[in-house]
Write a protein that binds this ligand. Structure first.
Ligand SMILES: [Zn+2]
Length: 130
């Protein structure tokens, strides 16, 4: 297991990463196809559908989809990727935080053990004096 100082340095580095985040958005970026709605368009008569992009997310257990204008697709895809990156960083900080907690408990126990050893040795000294 890593030392407390190493973990704290790692957490600090992740927090610094978070301070540099760009625009982000939750959800999944989906490239798909759709009918445009025009009855005279080829897509209405079995022809090729139009490529389109969606931002999908779960809201109260239901999938919500937002159409992304074509000229925004690349930008929004970047936002989604940024959100994923942030989530990964948060997860890492969680993991390091848990390790810090575990290390603290361990080092406190060993400290207490040391104190107990010191106390018992000083007691025996006192006994000798008596
Ligand atoms: Zn069409």
């Amino acid at each position: 297991m890593e030392s407390e100082a190493t973990l704290k340095a790692k957490i600090k580095a992740r927090i610094k990463e978070l301070s540099k985040v760009k625009m982000f958005i939750s959800g999944s970026f989906v490239r798909t196809e759709r009918k445009c709605g025009s009855k005279t368009c080829a897509c209405a008569n079995g022809g090729p559908k139009h490529p389109c992009c969606l931002l999908t997310s779960k809201v109260a257990g239901k999938t919500k989809a937002v159409y992304i204008p074509v000229d925004m697709a690349d930008e929004v895809e970047g936002w989604v990727l940024e959100h994923r990156r942030i989530k990964a960083i948060l997860k890492e900080i969680d993991k390091f935080g848990e390790q810090l907690i575990k290390i603290h408990v361990k080092s406190r126990r060993s400290r207490e053990r040391n104190i107990a050893v010191i106390k018992s040795s000083s007691k025996s000294k006192n006994n000798k004096v008596k």
